[in-house]
Ligand binder design. Structure first.
Ligand SMILES: [Zn+2]
Length: 399
């Protein structure tokens, strides 16, 4: 964390601790924050929000108020209010200005008290593909692959890359009343009319793998499995994709090629993968430079070297935000997506069978004209839409 939070505004003078919690949550929703942290320090509790992927201090609370705020959060989450040692996890559903939000809550003990981490689950915008910043070429490819209604369609990226929004846009596109679309989500974040959404999770006693097996008996045409994160789910998803269903899922991987290797790491057989997988998308969300304080930016030597390696061209003029009132000194305002889509064709299948390593695979694809999302990212850097620092951070430091 940078900056001195001693000057952060004290939340205690604001109103009662109960109201503070409600206000922090509604403020976080309005700012499109993805996380809210209540972090007990030696003297007071720090409240931070993650906006556009980066934490910023929202305020501080004295110990007495924090105890009451903590109790309020536990009540909202149906947690044991008296438990102060064991970690607890739950979900909170709230409404802010008529819009429903689901927050995943975790409470853990740290050396200065109980810390609360609230994750505001991804907000699908239910917009058209084009509105997500995708090029017409990518949109055509997505449509072609999901309209086929069989096989596996994967969306890869780290946490916070906007995968949920892309998936929901796909489901909305397919939701024409003529197909049975079923989803397995942990948790169901937003209700979509005409789609059968099923919640899975430890608290429900059903995971993605056994939920998917159960669901296949209900004869769906399209299945969305929230995430492939274990071998069991990967294998059942492949089976489903090979038996006449379109399976859409997300996977935690750096890029589309990485997702193929992740599936193999999870124990999926190369042959099965080659026949089941139709395409893999990969994406990132980059913060847009604030238009009100955008100025020319002089990069460090290291940044210059990384740019040249990345872009394969000499560096032109660069831009970055300076920080202003309009962007609350964050230098950014809003986000923009970058995408790549790898279709599994004969050439890709050959590469999978060949046992090539991941780097070699990507190089081969490059020679065949595959353009990854880095090209799109470099273009946005050159146009000053995002900064070089932001691009490098999102591409390489995101988890
Ligand atoms: Zn600004």
């Amino acid at each position: 964390m940078d900056g001195n939070y001693a000057e952060a505004f004290s939340l205690s003078g604001m109103s009662s601790p109960v109201e503070i919690v409600d206000q922090v949550i509604s403020q976080a929703a309005k700012m499109n924050a993805s996380d809210i942290l209540f972090e007990p320090q030696e003297k007071e509790t720090l409240v931070r929000l993650r906006v556009d992927g980066v934490l910023q201090v929202f305020g501080v609370m004295p110990p007495g108020s924090y105890d009451q705020a903590l109790a309020r959060i536990k009540v909202l989450a149906n947690m044991d209010v008296t438990e102060n040692r064991k970690p607890q996890e739950a979900k909170i559903r709230v409404e802010v200005e008529g819009h429903p939000y689901v927050l995943r809550v975790a409470v853990v003990s740290t050396n200065f008290g109980q810390m609360v981490a609230l994750r505001v689950l991804d907000l699908p915008q239910y917009s058209e593909f084009e509105a997500l910043g995708m090029s017409p070429l990518i949109v055509d490819k997505i449509k072609k692959n999901i309209e086929g209604r069989y096989g596996l369609f994967l969306v890869a990226g780290p946490t916070g890359a906007g995968k949920t929004t892309t998936v929901h846009t796909c489901l909305k596109y397919l939701n024409n009343g003529e197909v049975n679309i079923m989803t397995l989500e942990d948790p169901v974040e937003y209700v979509i009319g005409g789609i059968n959404q099923i919640e899975v999770g430890e608290d429900i006693g059903m995971d993605f793998a056994n939920g998917l097996r159960m669901m296949l008996r209900l004869n769906p045409d399209v299945v969305f499995v929230g995430e492939i994160r274990d071998s069991e789910t990967a294998k059942v998803a492949i089976q489903a994709a090979l038996t006449g269903h379109l399976v859409i899922s997300t996977i935690h991987a750096r890029n589309s090629v990485g997702a193929l290797y992740r599936m193999m790491d999870l124990g999926v057989d190369k042959y099965m993968l080659n026949y089941a997988l139709r395409a893999v998308m990969s994406q990132r969300l980059l913060r847009r430079v604030c238009e009100h304080c955008r100025a020319e930016y002089v990069p460090t030597q290291e940044e210059v070297e990384r740019y040249v390696a990345e872009a394969g061209q000499a560096l032109g003029e660069l831009f970055a935000g300076k920080g202003c009132e309009m962007c609350r000194q964050t230098k950014f305002a809003g986000r923009v997506g970058i995408y790549e889509l790898l279709e599994v064709d004969d050439e890709v299948r050959k590469l999978v069978f060949s046992g090539a390593g991941e780097t070699e695979f990507r190089e081969e694809m490059g020679k065949r004209g595959f353009t990854g999302m880095s090209r799109e990212g470099v273009r946005l850097v050159n146009e000053g839409v995002t900064s070089l620092k932001e691009y490098l951070r999102t591409m390489y430091d995101a988890r």
